[in-house]
Design a protein around this ligand. Structure first.
Ligand SMILES: *[C@@H]1O[C@H](CO)[C@@H](O)[C@H](O)[C@H]1NC(C)=O
Ligand SMILES: *[C@@H]1O[C@H](CO)[C@@H](O)[C@H](O)[C@H]1NC(C)=O
Ligand SMILES: *[C@@H]1O[C@H](CO)[C@@H](O)[C@H](O)[C@H]1NC(C)=O
Ligand SMILES: CC(=O)N[C@H]1CO[C@H](CO)[C@@H](O)[C@@H]1O
Length: 215
């Protein structure tokens, strides 16, 4: 009886908190805030965690994938649409953080009028574009239609924008090609690699979700 009650309680909670896979983002804290805290409820089971692990195996960076997404296993609950949305949220958070970081760096007095400074400014601009593209993707995920055909079309938009975001992140690193190796270059490129992994994983999870939609 207890089991049944708690199951019913969960169903109630999940209907209220996560009515459809496409609204998973709403259960997450705003991405503009500093911390992307894990969703408070419901409690994940080890099975939920295993689901994240097995989905992450299909991405290019499974360890990063699991490390960044396993906290949301309780909210995802074996739903590939929710997982894709959560992954895009994490990518948005990381890209936003990076855009701010680069913007701050390019405003440091010692950034000077060098190629490094030019690279930092380019980086700031391409990361702002990446943030917009990822943000657009989240909005689309929140408004997925009801027919397979419309969902497939919307997901193809998301795939396009997430790929474009990845390209923009790559462009940031290209800008450092002519810059002498050193602290700033290594620091920025190292951070970009981390953000690219998170973005690439989000795209892979969107692709995975799209594969489950039949038209
Ligand atoms: C996951 O949650 C744990 C415990 O609350 C926290 O220490 C950790 O930083 C979180 N990880 C991520 C990637 O959010
Ligand atoms: C900006 O960069 C400086 C120097 O690296 C650092 O001390 C400061 O905390 C940074 N500010 C923000 C808001 O990141
Ligand atoms: C995403 O777009 C909304 C407006 O639609 C805006 O309020 C929000 O600040 C944007 N988030 C980021 C991280 O850029
Ligand atoms: C993999 C990765 O780069 N994760 C970062 C995402 O953004 C948060 C917040 O800035 C960092 O703490 C993570 O290290």
């Amino acid at each position: 009886m207890e089991v049944q009650l708690s199951t019913m309680f969960f169903l109630l909670i999940s209907t209220v908190v996560l009515p459809r896979s496409t609204t998973a983002g709403d259960a997450l804290p705003p991405t503009s805030g500093e911390a992307l805290a894990p969703t408070p409820a419901p409690e994940p089971t080890s099975d939920d965690t295993e689901y994240i692990r097995s989905c992450c195996e299909t991405t290019r960076y499974p360890d990063t994938c699991f490390a960044t997404l396993s906290n949301y296993s309780g909210a995802v609950r074996h739903d590939s649409g929710r997982l894709a949305t959560v992954a895009i949220h994490v990518a948005l958070h990381n890209a936003t953080h990076m855009a701010r970081y680069v913007s701050n760096m390019s405003r440091q007095p010692d950034s000077g009028k060098t190629r490094e400074f030019a690279a930092l400014c380019d980086c700031e601009s391409v990361f702002e574009d990446a943030v917009d593209q990822i943000n657009k993707s989240i909005k689309e995920m929140r408004q997925l239609g009801w027919t397979g055909e419309s969902v497939r079309f919307q997901l193809s938009n998301v795939q396009t924008w997430m790929s474009a975001a990845l390209t923009n992140e790559d462009t940031c690193m290209d800008g450092f090609e002519g810059v002498a190796d050193g602290g700033v270059k290594a620091d920025v490129c190292g951070r970009v690699v981390a953000v690219e992994q998170v973005t690439s994983n989000a795209l892979a999870l969107v692709n995975r979700y799209a594969d489950t939609i039949s038209v």
